[in-house]
Design a protein around this ligand. Structure first.
Ligand SMILES: N[C@@H](CCC(=O)N[C@@H](CS)C(=O)NCC(=O)O)C(=O)O
Length: 308
């Protein structure tokens, strides 16, 4: 049997599985001033795509912690062509292409140029291109400069949060990509069934709890949110995750609306960027680049979960 062409050949296993590349930059901004990146207002700049779920997490935490005046942000164009992520006006470093940030930090960088990127305007280097680390930095190290939501990573829940993050990352956040980028039937089916097994267990968990860990959302809820919000519009069709839609899960659907309606969150969600990016960028999956017209989702309907 001829092997299908992979979207990212360097990240494809022999048995047709998509195996995501490691993040290359793992520096930390430190509130205690140790290390090369001390905490400072206006020094660090965030590069994001509104389409990308990993970048979206960092946008949400920046918003919820009221860090917009502390950390600048540039949004790249939704459609990534063969030259990569492009931007029009960049108040950060004046880049036209995100690859310039990677080249400046690691001359000759050849792996995939990804968002999000946290850039240091002083040393002119990438601090981090790991969404997990950037979220955590915003949640913890930036506390002296932040207001708004203060307890996205409560110490008492740290162990449980870390464990659920791993499950949700492997089977849901990355699970949709493993299904969508699989080049063998068996690899696709394994990822898709694993994904729905986790969604079923989360549906049960959310029957008795308003959020994953109780009455208030934490980091894990936002990590899940970015995949759920894209699910019916993109992953269900484009990535073939089509056993059920999120609207078919009563608890997950109410939970998704509940999170969406938290002040500030809706303005971080851009379905135009999301749909145009996925459908017009992955040519091996959707060569016609046609962007579907639906679905019609009413995210403003009352979630009805406040009593949980
Ligand atoms: N490991 C990265 C993943 C970031 C990532 O894969 N971003 C995608 C967009 S959703 C990207 O920039 N892709 C660029 C490319 O595929 O060339 C993180 O955790 O932040």
């Amino acid at each position: 049997m001829e092997t299908a062409r992979a979207q990212f050949p360097a990240e494809q296993s022999e048995d047709g599985r998509f195996v995501r590349q490691e993040d290359a930059f793992r520096g930390w901004v430190r509130a205690d001033g140790s290390g090369p990146y001390p905490l400072a207002a206006g020094r660090y700049h965030l590069y994001v795509s509104l389409a990308c779920p990993w970048a979206h997490r960092t946008i949400i935490v920046r918003k919820l912690r009221a860090l917009e005046n502390v950390i600048g942000m540039t949004v790249v164009d939704p459609i990534r062509d063969e030259r990569g992520w492009r931007m029009d006006r960049d108040p950060g470093a004046g880049f036209s292409w995100l690859s310039e940030a990677y080249e400046a930090s690691s001359p000759g960088y050849t792996a995939r140029v990804t968002v999000p990127v946290l850039w240091d305007t002083l040393t002119k280097r990438i601090v981090s291109n790991s969404d997990d680390d950037i979220m955590r930095m915003f949640e913890t190290e930036f506390t002296p400069l932040a207001s708004g939501w203060s307890d996205l990573y409560p110490a008492a829940l740290a162990g449980e949060i870390d464990a659920l993050n791993v499950l949700i990352y492997e089977t849901v956040n990355d699970g949709v990509y493993q299904a969508g980028f699989a080049t063998h039937q068996a690899a696709y089916e394994a990822a898709a069934y694993r994904l729905f097994a986790t969604l079923d267990s989360l549906e049960d968990r959310l029957a008795t709890r308003r959020y994953l860990f109780g009455a208030a959302p934490v980091e894990t809820d936002w990590r899940l949110f970015v995949t759920l919000i894209r699910f019916d519009a993109v992953y269900y069709g484009h990535f073939k995750c089509n056993l059920r839609r999120i609207v078919d899960f009563p608890n997950l659907w109410g939970y998704l609306r509940d999170l969406y309606q938290i002040p500030g969150v809706a303005e971080t969600v851009d379905f135009d960027h999301i749909k145009r990016h996925y459908y017009a960028t992955h040519d091996d999956i959707n060569p016609t680049r046609i962007v579907p017209i639906g679905p019609l989702l009413d995210l403003t309907a009352p979630p009805g979960r406040a009593g949980l």
